[in-house]
Design a protein around this ligand. Sequence first.
Ligand code: HEC
Length: 235
Amino acid sequence: MNIQQLNIQAKTAISLFLMFIIVATISSVILLGLELTGEKKGINIPTVSQIQNKYTTPELVASMNGSMYEHVADDGDIIIVDRWIKNGAKKDDKDYPDVAEIISLDCADCHSKSSKMSKAIPSMPFETFDEIKKHTEAGYSWSKMSKQAHIHMFGIAMFLITLTLIFSYTTYKDNIKTTLIWTSYGGAFLDIFSWWFSKFFTGLVYMIYVMGGVMVSSILLMSLLILINLWKKEA
Ligand code: HEC
């Protein structure tokens, strides 16, 4: 049995499914690029240092260098916040009054429970020391990591099982099929695994970069190969 024997309706359904997968995969690349580079449009390939910034630096500093950069009044503000966090993010630190002022001026218009701004985020207030302190942990906190990992792994597994099962019934050579199936799951697993540990082993950010690329390309490649195989005239 192979997918070329399916009826036209099944072929149509699979093709539409694959087009959704392709668009979703490209969207995830766009989204990640925007988040990591702080750009507003287009497909942006982040640099290793931008990835490092997201996964190994405290959230507050990472956001000031990345997605929240447009709200930072002066680059010097980031240096002060970074120095305060490196010194332990304490309330009695000599930098804290400056940090509190920077956050209050640059950020608290939106990051406030009572903000009336249209783009506000009342769920992430930066009004008290404790609220600010929460975002000073290096890289992804364990809770954020496990949240991201389980959402990603459930989500990815759901569509990968569908994609790889369809792919396994194409007429390509067995070793091509086996390799791509292992690559897609392996890439996804190592990508997530490396987010988790990059805060302890900085070198692993390269693995996030490489494995993210491997995962995305194997998904796109399998989808395209299925589409070609599906509509090829039977020999
Ligand atoms: C114009 C309103 C606005 C201002 C000003 C603002 N933020 Fe945000 N911020 C948001 C919104 C909305 C989100 C959630 C969605 C998003 O990421 O765009 C957010 C998300 C965040 C996040 C979550 C992770 C992330 O990077 O998306 C952090 C951390 C953050 N902001 C820090 C800051 C800091 C630090 C400042 C000051 C330099 C700041 N924000 C200024 C609206 C704002």
